[in-house]
Design a protein around this ligand. Structure first.
Ligand SMILES: [Zn+2]
Length: 311
């Protein structure tokens, strides 16, 4: 299953992502983690990312997409992934769609964890952390027994500077301007589902998995068929192209080239210069050439129509 998680800062989508990873054994791809991994591995993408960060610039979308693509190629991502924190805006979503389409692995679900803004504000600004043991509190939802004192170790609680109201309000504003429009983007694709992100984590997760079971599982079966058909088609197209090129090459080597083959030679393998060749080789390659164009069944559109019905 291929999922994008959407939600404002403080929506708890990260928590849901971790639970999904455990349940479905598919990797969560967060761009921060990918960046760190690529940089520490010293890959080309990592070097480009590091150069940008060292210069105080944002890592460009194509670097991030490259990292996602590289991550998708790893074996554990074979049965799907959860994207959390990417895309953050419409252009990124479009680039992601284009890349996944090239890979034949389109998104199946965009899941929005929806939380009212006043709750988000309380969640983000009410957070208090214990500097000694790391315990986390919220003065609105899970206050310590004594104000500003850790229940577990008695140390003073701290309020992170990026949890202050001004910073939080800014983060939410950026989300509203850039990321919230993605909701409509995925809605238009018929891929958006919404879960209320309020209440017990386990109850929210139950709703999340219900959505996945009802939306993706039936779809996944149909999509699987479409994808394997597409993969077969791609393999055939590739084989046909290779055969065509080989045939054209061979044709170019014949002393007497029929006009039609000459035309093909120009189109497919313009670099090849005619060379004298043993004529015995020809019949075999000619057979390959004839068989190639037949390998083009156009079956993909039909299952696609089915997929829409399932939704
Ligand atoms: Zn403590």
């Amino acid at each position: 299953m291929r999922i994008v998680l959407l939600g404002a800062p403080g929506s708890g989508k990260g928590t849901q992502a971790k639970l999904l990873v455990e349940k479905y054994k598919i990797p969560q791809m967060s761009t921060g983690d990918l960046l760190r991994a690529e940089v520490s591995a010293g890959t080309d993408l990592g070097k480009r990312a590091k150069a940008a960060m060292d210069a105080g610039q944002l890592v460009t979308d194509d670097v991030v997409l490259g990292m996602i693509q590289a991550r998708l190629a790893k074996p554990d991502a074979k049965s799907g992934f959860i994207l959390d924190g990417f895309p953050r805006n419409i252009p990124q979503a479009q680039s992601l769609d284009a890349m996944l389409a090239r890979l034949g692995q389109p998104l199946q679900l965009a899941l929005l964890v929806d939380v009212d803004t006043d709750v988000l504000l309380k969640r983000l600004t009410g957070r208090r952390t214990c500097g000694s043991c790391g315990a986390i509190y919220n003065i609105y939802f899970s206050a310590p027994k004594t104000a500003n004192k850790c229940d577990k170790c008695g140390s003073a609680l701290t309020h992170r500077s990026d949890d202050n109201e001004q910073t939080v309000a800014n983060r939410l504003k950026v989300y509203q301007q850039q990321t919230a429009p993605l909701v409509n983007y995925y809605k238009a694709q018929g891929k958006l589902r919404t879960v209320r992100g309020v209440g017990a984590v386990s109850a929210i997760f139950k709703n999340v998995t219900d959505i996945i079971e009802s939306q993706i599982r039936p779809l996944a079966d149909v999509m699987g068929k479409i994808e394997s058909a597409a993969a077969r088609q791609a393999a055939k197209t590739k084989a046909a192209a290779v055969a065509k090129a080989a045939a054209a090459k061979a044709a170019a080597k014949v002393a007497k080239v029929p006009p039609s083959a000459k035309a093909k030679t120009k189109a497919v393998a313009p670099a090849t210069k005619p060379k004298p060749l043993a004529k015995k080789v020809m019949p075999k390659k000619a057979v390959v050439k004839k068989a190639a164009p037949k390998a083009k069944p156009k079956k993909a559109p039909k299952p696609a129509a089915k997929a829409k019905k399932v939704k």
